[in-house]
Ligand binder design. Sequence first.
Ligand code: SAH
Length: 478
Amino acid sequence: MRFLPVFLDLKAGPVVLIGAGELLRAKLRVLAAAGARLRVHAIDGNQDLGLSSGDAERIEIASGDPLTADLSGVIAIVCAGAGDVGVAMSVRAKALGLPVNVMDDLEHSSFIFPAIVDRGDVVVAVGTGGTSPVVARRVREKIEALLPARIGELAEFIGRFRKSVNERIAEFPLRRRFWERVIDGPIGAAVLAGRKGEADASLKAISDPAEFARADKPEGSVALVGAGPGDPDLLTIKALRALQDADIVFHDELVSSEILDRIRRDTTRVPVGRRVGKPGIGQDAINKRMIEAAQAGQRVVRLKGGDPFVFGRGGEEVEALRAAGIAYSIIPGITAGLGGAADFEVPLTYRHEATRITFLTAHKARDAENVDWTTLTDTRMTVVVYMGLTAAPAVRAGLFAAGRSPETPVGVFARVTRPDAQGAIGTLRDLPELVRRIQGGPAILIIGDVVRHAGSLGRQTPKKTPKQIISDLLDAAE
Ligand code: SAH
């Protein structure tokens, strides 16, 4: 290791920043965001540094020559876009024993800048010995995705209670177990979800910390997670984290294998959904198994296609969890209607033309008969139908009865966001024919004038940006 990561105390004194142009401004942003006191030499004379009024106290624009300026009390020197002045400054700093960084110039730097993940009290620095900032940034992105946004608040929370708890638990290993249980259980989850008051109260309610630490079983919980319509890159960061943390995942049949691949390898997977033609284990049995697993101390994920609260029976599951007193959380997902709209470039609303959206389910013709079609007469309403393939003729009849024109544009979009996605576009009159053109579901119907704006059905694989190409290469190299 040529460069040892250490953390510099910015309270100890000012940092001198020397340079020009955008490079100077970029370093200024990094240092200012970190809270540094700065003395800035803009050697090109352009002193428009994009400072805000609040910066004036901490950031001083220096006018003299940096090569002769007084450096007493200064804690570090940073040069960005400073050219020869940077090199000369490095010689001067080294003679004075001051840490110096000259951007993109290892030879003249005694320290380098890591890529930083900043979560308050939790800071992660990533370095590559100055060889490849691109790789450092890539690693940082991965860590960003891994670390909950409120991890810093969790550290702060523990810091606040540490003294009082430690006074009540004498043995060091038991203290550690106490904090591990807090972090892994509902209290940690509450802090990470931003429910600090609840976390405070629960921690204070622990009457015997040593006994809490000794309990042999962790506290289980259930996360209801929306998996989105199929493309694994459409998982939210939270969903991904839940999949990585889970001990057991109960998943619907609809959830794509690419998404199941994102589950941690040693996690138990239990398919519980209905498959066409085959019944699932049934809602009551699902509820019972989730609750039992959580009571046994497991971190349970209930993984559902799309969003758990859109035709997903998430509501019933939450009620069962509440009744059983299980800690739970809900992580939304991209529902199939939104995935299909994006995939086939159908804007669901459009100024003046479409001002309302209805999501409805028409599972069987019988369900379709139960729909109150008179609520769908407004031609400025876009109608998104779930589970509508077999009931398509009934949907058409209902919309005709509601007075919708046979010429109303309609799209049938199957397996949206997946590699084998398929669409057929026509009018309400042709709906059954459009459905026949589709080779199997799941599919949604989008009905309304907005379908006219749909993009090409032969979806182009999006051209990769240079950034994506680099990151794909790096992934492949791993
Ligand atoms: N909770 C899910 C919906 C479950 S109901 C969500 O929010 O998307 C199942 C129906 O969702 C299917 O019959 C189909 O209409 C729709 N669906 C789910 N995934 C789909 C996909 N990839 N493409 C098209 N429709 C999909």
